[in-house]
Write a protein that binds this ligand. Sequence first.
Ligand SMILES: [Zn+2]
Length: 228
Amino acid sequence: MDALAAAQVPGGGEVPDVAGVIVGWRAWRVVQRSGGPELVAPVRGTRWSPGRATHARCTSGHHDAAAIPAADCRCGLYAVADPRGVVGQDGPGAVLGCAALYGDVLEGSRGWRASRGVVRVLVAGPDVDDATCRGLAARYGVPVRRAATSLTTLATGLAAHRADADALRRAVGRAVDGTADGTAAGPGARLDACLRAVAPRPEPPAPSVRALALVLLTTLAVLLVVAV
Ligand SMILES: [Zn+2]
């Protein structure tokens, strides 16, 4: 509860329905602002506020501005359940992560659209430098790691290790809604477990010519003994 309460707009006085918090994957671009690095939605350019809730806006003019997300519109803050939903969102400054969505939430075939969202864990693409990663961690108050691969490769790997990926989403959910009891790994530890799971395995060392020759000679010797 504390983490989400701290994420509210100062003076906004809103009380989120924490029981309805949804945690999903999504991608952002990191941009440099005067106050430090900031996350924006890749397509619409929506700014995700550091350290507090982001409120969805709709400029379509097709419905009541307070009714976000509208069923017959595309507005709202997006996140998906399957990491493959962010495949293809690579690009300069691309960042993948988990967001907690709440307020009014609509479920779609691949994920959700919500009226409110908070950034919870981040994995920056390989081109995002250390200073920017540190700035994101400080401003958003969340664990930030850097991927060794493209975000598409990372998202594909997360989908292949869905149990680890879902365990991270559940850990984020517990941290947000205050049900973390200290016995299970937190979001940072779960995020590290995900990255270990998807890390490329080192190639086993190739057997040396000398070792192969030794095996061959031993086999020949055994065959000779058996033949005699
Ligand atoms: Zn709309």
